[in-house]
Design a protein around this ligand. Structure first.
Ligand code: PEP
Ligand code: MN
Length: 364
């Protein structure tokens, strides 16, 4: 991250900072948000959703077109520009009518080439700045395709927003960052500004700083982050929004390191490999947990049938078969042996606990 200006926002130094509430909720709310934000720092654009695509119906679906003017006036009152999400041609037309110069395409929309093309057609000739969020599914080609459709409409001031990916598995993130995907976009489209949206990646306030720091360390162009004057009362995404004063504190706590441009390839590769390691470690630990739950069942079963915990033949068989597998896979013999010992030791411990628990229950 360097202190140059970005082609998207040439008047202000990078890193880019776009903030504001998830949704514009009322005229009063967006003005309050703008005022509180401006007390902390200068921003590149004031964000606010006007039309909210929610995953399920009956959530807050946005204040609608009337909010466009409120957002614009609030942005101007603090000397910045408004930016909002468009999901179809009517949204684009309404925003262009009010002279909006910055728009973004949301994750649900960028996953659909028909919708993106409709938006691209409506944008033709406008020459405005457009940011394209990654599609909800982890598909870099689909993301690139959406960017190309917008570029094809003659939009030159183009940027990407990384907001994480929705994957059906347990995770501490609301949307998995899968950093290797924006990294692959960086190498496929050199020079394209990529802004990170830590709010939708984290889904909670606690992890915002961690995700933002990671984005800075990967030399992303800046942050789009949600802030709200009264986060707990927000009509959408209350858990992940920060009070503007807290946002300032968080931003100050981040370190902006210089990019080593000549090492960029190396950094990217290293990051890609580390992400693979992170995934593998996650899998291993989940497997450990699964193994332990089966061990518990075995413990209960042995107890019910009055069988001893340690059954030497079984243990010898485990050692032999796993060592052979390790050997076939060219793993160090000692490593496999020590690992199995440790696994066995804790399995025995678990079963012993179960036996004693049962005994204690019987006594009482
Ligand atoms: C948003 O920015 O509030 C939003 C709806 O984001 P996304 O499209 O990334 O889910
Ligand atoms: Mn949101």
């Amino acid at each position: 991250m360097s202190a140059e200006t970005s082609p998207l926002f040439p008047d202000l130094e990078s890193p880019i900072l776009i903030t504001g509430p998830c949704s514009v909720e009322s005229e009063e709310q967006i003005h309050r948000a703008a005022k509180e934000i401006s007390e902390g720092q200068k921003i590149h654009a004031l964000r606010g959703g006007i039309w909210k695509p929610r995953t399920r119906p009956n959530g807050f679906e946005g204040i609608g077109e009337q909010g466009l003017l409120w957002l614009k006036e609030a942005a101007e009152s603090i000397g910045t520009v408004p930016i909002t999400e468009v999901a179809n041609a009517q949204h684009v037309e309404a925003a262009l009518k009010l002279d909006y110069k910055h728009l973004w395409i949301g994750a649900r929309t960028s996953a659909n080439p028909f919708s993106v093309q409709e938006i691209a057609d409506a944008l033709k000739g406008s020459g405005i700045t457009v940011l394209v969020k990654n599609p909800v599914n982890p598909d870099v080609k689909l993301w690139i395709g959406a960017l190309e459709r917008i570029q094809g409409a003659g939009i030159e001031k183009l940027g990407a927003v990384h907001r994480g990916f929705s994957v059906y598995r347990d995770s501490v993130y609301r949307n998995l960052p899968m950093w290797e995907i924006p990294i692959s976009l960086m190498s496929e489209w050199p020079g394209l500004p990529i802004i990170c949206d830590p709010s939708h990646i984290a889904g909670n306030r606690e992890m915002l700083a961690f995700v933002s720091q990671k984005a800075y360390d990967l030399n992303m162009s800046g942050l789009m982050i949600e802030s709200h004057p009264d986060p707990d009362a927000a009509l959408s995404d209350p858990q992940q929004q920060l009070k503007p004063s807290k946002l300032t504190e968080m931003l100050v706590s981040l370190s902006i390191r210089k990019a080593h441009s000549d090492d960029f390839e190396f950094d990217n590769k290293l990051e890609e490999l580390r992400n693979i390691i992170d995934d593998i470690d996650g899998e291993i630990i989940r497997k450990f947990a699964h193994r332990m739950s089966v061990i518990e069942k075995i413990g209960e079963y042995k107890k019910e049938n009055d069988v001893t915990i340690l059954q030497l033949d079984r243990w010898k068989e485990i050692l032999k078969s796993r060592s052979k597998l390790g050997n076939d896979l060219l793993l160090d013999e000692q490593f496999v042996h020590q690992f199995l010992e440790l696994l066995h030791q804790f399995s025995i411990q678990k079963q012993t606990e179960i036996m004693n628990e049962k005994k204690a229950q019987k006594k009482s």
